[in-house]
Design a protein around this ligand. Structure first.
Ligand SMILES: [Zn+2]
Ligand SMILES: [Zn+2]
Ligand SMILES: [Zn+2]
Length: 805
């Protein structure tokens, strides 16, 4: 924060004050301050706040919003202006964020009133924009007060809360530049809007049942359901087991009763999502505590104005059915964040599944017609309204680990607030990765990371990506001089960048795992070299192989791959990723040969009949003799069989080998379920670990895995519970990682270790590895503000590109 203080400019003040003879007040005391405030200062009640502050200190002058900042001039006594300035910083409205405040002093102008002037749009300028914010306490009170004129009005908001980013199409922030432009305020709303003493003074989305947007309940074919209160009727349908698509802040959510197994299963079938965990919305923190063990820090995060989904320990006696998050020990809960949600959870009195309104991996539906078209096979009813959504915005997902919150999906409540960098950045567009894509635009010391865009695997997501890039470029006035992209040639984000290159743009390809580490460094403000542990699923390496179990020494300018998991065959490429038992078969064949594979297959059925009690596929039943033959041929003849050092795939291989998960329904499922199996034994410290070998190959440390797999097969033969095998495997990965870090630290003297990659969403591994590293005196750096998964890649690409030649 750069604040030019009164002291440094005091001389100027007196010169002007003494030479001026314009004001009828006591001239010797009179000064005029020209103040510029940058940060999130528009659309958050900043102008009324300043207006009231000026009134309090008897200051005359004006305020207006520009495309860059809020500009204020005040004239009055020196003491009054000092107090005024101090109050701006200490008492700013809750949704605001002051990044910079500067003051210049001018000759008094003889102002006789304080005015809020019209906003001024200036070419080339930009300012920060507030994310949408959860309904404030005052608005909730009005929402449930039968005497209030906004009783049960689903669009109640004020300057301290409500939609912002999702309704803005350009800056400066005023009603005509939002999707509220079509609603003309009624006299009562307009009076509030104009009254400096009112909470809705200059609240751009201000509305009421007389003049604002309205909700409507329609059937899946778009026919209006006749009812007096659409929200109440939707709640009734939900209680009866129906699936209702609800238009929220950033798009449609699909809701159903989270305590009704039939309803949840129906939603899964229709959405074609059999296993991926759903999030649940509950009406209060008290209800949340009935379903999860909630720490103080988790409670803070749940109740924050961003209101993310928080993954917390799921209580075994919770009435939320297992189908909501099958095989999970953690449940994603969130509180209501908009009036429509407050009404619906309070009317229905049940925990509600709230999952993105989309089919499988498509982007969330945002417009009424689009939702009816895309979701009519999923939802029974649609609770729609006539306020448009400008920007798609998924719910954010976070967790608390090591006493600190960590973002896993960054969207509603966080984006488009930038990550502040500790250096100046050129104007760059970084296109991100493929899965969990975000992009990043930089300028000055800001990295504007987009909200979670999604998996760039279909045309709808690509379009969402492109239109959101255009929106951000426009809102933050960025004209990129350089485009950064992932080196994977098949990523749609890479192809997008290459098309810009063909059109004449300057571009730079960035190694995936370098971007991971640079991202972790940038958000932590670290500019010196670190040891990087990057454990993830898939990243394109510069030797044409798929990397993912990487130990590196890097900073923004340089990247040395120093160690990695040995290369193993991924028989069938993507098919293997979706069918982890194929990875297991390929790994066993390659590491230990036919006999070991036969042994693993023969052990598998007896073993699981005894332990699982579930009718899931086993490694044995998933792998037919024919497929086994095909895998052998693929490996021998190197047909569609990339080599990989991926840690994600190693987790998959072990998961399938011990019968936890053979075929996946969503990315990371086999690894996640392996972690869940291990969690059962978390407190047992003497469980041991598996052997592995580290060999030196021309200075590169290679982690060999044959001993690990042999030992696991022995444990299966010895009828060890899969929970202990899972736990021992986690310990092994932590051990091998700390071994490598020790070695690299001896070579380089570096004691800082940055952890990145989707594998670190695994809380058990994160905890174990952090503890081991800290015990060895390492300073461990992790992601907090951006996800450790590929949602962080765009930030890393941008900062590396910035320091490129
Ligand atoms: Zn409010
Ligand atoms: Zn009104
Ligand atoms: Zn990655």
């Amino acid at each position: 924060m750069t604040i030019r203080t009164f002291a440094s400019t005091a001389c100027t003040i007196f010169c002007y004050a003494y030479s001026s003879a314009v004001n009828k007040k006591n001239q010797s005391n009179l000064i005029r301050a020209h103040i510029k405030v940058r940060g999130i200062v528009q659309g958050v009640g900043f102008r009324p706040f300043i207006y009231n502050l000026a009134k309090l200190y008897d200051l005359m002058g004006w305020i207006y919003n520009s495309s860059e900042d809020v500009t204020i001039e005040v004239e009055g006594s020196r003491n009054a202006i000092a107090s005024f300035k101090s109050d701006i910083i200490t008492k700013a409205p809750p949704m605001s964020h002051i990044a910079d405040l500067s003051i210049d002093f001018l000759k008094p102008a003889g102002y006789e009133s304080f005015e809020i002037r019209d906003s001024i749009a200036e070419a080339g300028k930009y300012q920060l924009i507030s994310p949408d914010s959860a309904t404030c306490i005052d608005c909730i009170r009005e929402l449930f007060d039968p005497e209030d004129r906004r009783y049960r009005y689903p669009f109640t908001n004020c300057t301290n809360c409500g939609p912002r980013f999702t309704i803005i199409d350009s800056m400066p922030y005023d009603r005509p530049r939002t999707t509220m432009k079509n609603f003309i305020m009624c006299p009562q709303c307009y009076a509030e809007y104009q009254n400096p003493a009112d909470r809705r003074f200059h609240a751009q989305p201000n509305a009421c049942p007389v003049c604002g947007p309205v909700v409507e309940l329609v059937s899946r074919n778009g026919a209006r359901i006749p009812c007096k209160d659409p929200v109440l009727q939707a709640s009734t349908f939900l209680k009866e087991g129906a699936i209702v698509a609800i238009k929220g802040l950033g798009g449609f959510l699909l809701a159903c009763d989270a305590t009704n197994a039939l309803a949840v299963t129906l939603l899964r079938q229709r959405k074609r999502r059999m296993w991926k965990p759903f999030a649940v919305m509950v009406n209060s923190i008290e209800t949340a505590k009935e379903h999860c063990d909630i720490s103080l820090k988790e409670e803070e995060l749940l109740c924050s104005t961003a209101v993310p989904i928080v993954l917390m320990k799921w209580k075994t006696d919770s009435s939320i059915v297992e189908a909501v998050a099958p095989r999970q020990k953690y449940l994603g809960l969130m509180l209501p964040y908009s009036p429509i949600h407050h009404l619906i959870v309070s009317d229905s009195c049940i925990p509600l599944v709230m999952t993105s309104g989309n089919l499988s991996e498509e982007p969330i539906a945002k417009d009424n017609d689009e939702a009816l078209l895309r979701l009519h096979d999923i939802a029974d009813y649609f609770l729609i309204h006539n306020r448009d959504i400008y920007s798609r915005y998924d719910d954010s997902v976070a967790m608390v680990e090591g006493g600190e919150s960590q973002i896993l999906r960054r969207a509603r409540g966080y984006a488009p607030y930038p990550i502040q960098l500790n250096f100046q950045c050129r104007q760059i567009l970084a296109c991100g990765a493929e899965i969990k894509n975000t992009f990043c635009l930089t300028r000055d010391n800001y990295a504007f990371i987009s909200q979670h865009i999604g998996d760039m695997e279909n045309i709808e997501t690509l379009e969402h990506f492109q239109s959101t890039i255009d929106l951000y470029k426009n809102l933050f006035n960025v004209d990129p001089e350089l485009i950064a992209y992932d080196l994977h040639p098949d990523y749609l984000s890479t192809r997008y960048a290459r098309e810009l290159e063909e059109a004449g743009a300057k571009t730079i390809g960035i190694l995936h795992h370098h971007a991971h580490i640079a991202s972790c460094m940038a958000e932590n403000g670290i500019n010196s070299p670190v040891i990087g542990v990057v454990l993830d699923g898939t990243g394109w390496g510069n030797d044409g192989n798929i990397w993912g179990g990487e130990y590196v020494v890097a900073d923004y300018n340089s990247f040395t791959r120093s160690a990695h998991l040995e290369y193993l065959p991924l028989a069938g490429g993507d098919t293997a990723t979706k069918r982890p038992y194929r990875i297991t078969a390929g790994y066993l064949l390659s590491l230990l040969g036919d006999k070991a594979l036969d042994k693993a297959i023969s052990l598998s059925p007896q073993y699981y009949n005894r332990f699982n009690g579930e009718s899931t596929e086993s490694f044995h039943s998933a792998l037919s003799p024919t497929e086994c033959k095909i895998i052998k041929q693929q490996i021998q003849k190197k047909i569609n069989t990339p080599q990989t050092s991926s840690m994600g795939r190693l987790f998959d291989a072990v998961s399938a080998l011990i019968g936890v998960r053979e075929v996946i329904d969503y990315e990371g499922q086999a690894a996640i379920e392996l972690e869940m199996a291990a969690h059962a034994l978390e407190e047992h410290s003497d469980i041991g670990s598996y052997p592995y070998a580290i060999v030196d190959s021309d200075g590169m440390q290679i982690i060999k895995l044959a001993d690990l797999f042999s030992a696991i097969i022995e444990d299966i033969a010895g009828k060890q519970p899969r929970e202990s095998i899972a736990m021992k495997f986690h310990r092994t990965v932590a051990n091998m990682s700390v071994d490598i870090c020790r070695h690299l630290s001896e070579q380089t003297g570096i004691k800082k270790v940055a952890l990145s990659g989707g594998v670190f969403q695994n809380r058990l591994l994160l905890r174990q590895l952090t503890a081991l590293l800290e015990k060895d005196g390492f300073h461990v750096i992790t992601h907090r503000l951006v996800p450790c998964n590929d949602g962080c890649i765009s930030l890393g690409q941008a900062v590396i590109a910035n320091f490129s030649g």
